[in-house]
Design a protein around this ligand. Structure first.
Ligand SMILES: Cc1ncc(COP(=O)(O)O)c(C=O)c1O
Length: 437
């Protein structure tokens, strides 16, 4: 049986009906480690990181950097892989920054984002020497100017703008419109840049925009670059400063179902490279450092989630309406939050013929907790193991402990070995924060 190569990890194969990833039998892993269980295929993860670096080198003549957007999935091992692959890291909290440091990432390669950064987070970012703080508002800029006043080594900053670009994506993950909660309105950019240039403890490096996630249209990325280059030109003309860094964010989409086209990192880099080259030539700008921040397109396809079927709900005709599994919206909120669709198979009988489509319901006490709608699985029942593809991004990183269910374990798989990189949460972990009256 062949698997869709744009959906499943590079190393996924079905051997004797059983799904293997990274040379490991997923059925055996589920027995050893329990379910729900998340697997991360090291080869797919590293391959996507390398594809970004190589594609930017091919398509952009100036300096370029790839920063993995850690919000998609972060733990110490993933941050170590980021460091080994020579990527930078974007973080949005003090704890994500702590993980970056713990993993040995050079702090100069870390950018700190966020529309509401706390005082302690900003202090930590400055004290630890992050490469750039991406400033989201005038209020934050003022706080940062005060915090860094008198410092010997100025803190690098990028100004994030809301570039007023509408994107074709779900409203929850569209961030480029003027009404978005993120970024400085374009009209405020001149004042923000002037303030940043005046602040003795800050060094204004460049401009940033992130227009949304799960985007597939090259023209939307090109438009973002166009706005940033235009604004950089305006700042040069008005304030006499030529900024050195341009970051059009992340956002490249991935397929979740076989009918969607594969992620084309090369085409994305070609579009960004051409747009930046052309805009710089048109405005007489030096090619800036081009920083991209992919999250989903680096980690999504590397991840596979495994769930055990615990029960069925049968309709009046005896046909199964639901398969009930032991995970759901607490480890993967995306179906409940955005109606996201996924691809699945039976991990231990992957090549059995499909039965009537069935919904796969999560274990959590919400009617909306349905992981898979009308999944074309073979007839299945208690004990069967369901594998869900493209589960690496915005799943575990958004996981909750709803219903006090412990969060799943994560294994890194490759070359026939599985390494536990995040252990399953325990009841003791869950109770550790609870205090008696
Ligand atoms: C500022 C910023 N950069 C990068 C990303 C990563 O986006 P994606 O995972 O779609 O590549 C996000 C995600 O929302 C973001 O907010």
């Amino acid at each position: 049986m062949s698997l869709d190569s744009h959906i499943w990890p590079d190393t996924a194969e079905v051997i004797g009906g059983r799904l293997h990833i990274g040379g490991c039998d997923t059925t055996a892993l589920a027995e050893t480690h329990g379910t729900p269980l998340y697997l991360l295929d090291e080869a797919t993860l590293r391959g996507a990181m390398r594809a970004y670096t190589a594609a930017l080198a091919r398509h952009y003549p100036g300096p370029a950097r790839v920063h993995y957007a850690s919000k998609a999935l972060l733990n110490t091992a993933v941050a170590q892989i980021v460091a080994e692959e020579g990527l930078g890291l974007d973080v949005v909290s003090g704890a994500e920054l702590l993980v970056a440091r713990r993993a040995g990432l050079p702090m100069g390669q870390v950018h700190m984002h966020g529309n509401a950064k706390g005082e302690a987070e900003l202090r930590r970012a400055v004290e630890w020497g992050v490469g750039a703080i991406v400033v989201d508002s005038l209020d934050e800029l003022d706080r940062l100017a005060a915090l860094t006043h008198g410092r010997e080594r100025p803190q690098g900053v990028l100004l994030r703008v809301a570039p007023n670009i509408d994107t074709h994506t779900h409203a929850h993950i569209a961030t480029g419109g003027a009404a978005s909660k993120f970024g400085l309105p374009l009209e405020a950019l001149g004042a923000a840049a002037a303030r940043a240039l005046d602040a003795s403890g800050l060094r204004l490096l460049g401009l940033h925009a992130h227009i949304g996630s799960q985007l597939t249209r090259a023209e939307e990325f090109r438009a973002a670059v166009g706005v940033l280059a235009r604004e950089m030109t305006r700042l040069r003309d008005d304030l006499g400063v030529e900024l050195e860094e341009l970051s059009p964010g992340g956002g490249l989409g991935v397929p979740y179902t076989a009918d969607m086209p594969p992620t084309d990192i090369d085409a994305y880099a070609a579009a960004l490279g051409a747009a930046t080259r052309e805009a710089c030539a048109a405005h007489g700008l030096r090619p800036p450092l081009l920083t991209v921040e992919p999250g989903r397109s680096i980690v999504a396809r590397a991840g596979v989630a495994l769930y055990r079927v615990l029960a069925r709900k049968l309709g009046p005709d005896g046909a199964p309406l639901y398969l009930h599994v032991d995970g759901g919206m607490a480890d993967n909120i995306r179906p409940a939050l955005y109606g996201a669709q996924y691809t699945s198979l039976l991990a231990s009988r992957a090549d059995a013929p499909a039965g009537p489509p069935v919904d796969v319901a999560g274990r959590y006490c919400e009617s909306g907790d349905v992981l898979l709608r009308q999944a074309p699985l073979p007839p299945a029942g208690p004990g069967d193991l369901i594998a869900v593809a493209v589960a690496g991004a915005y799943t575990l990183s958004m996981a909750s402990t709803y219903n006090m269910a412990p969060r799943p374990a994560l294994l890194l798989v490759g070359d026939g070995a599985a390494r536990l990189i995040q252990r399953r949460e325990t009841e003791d972990d869950l109770l550790a924060r609870d205090l008696f009256l």
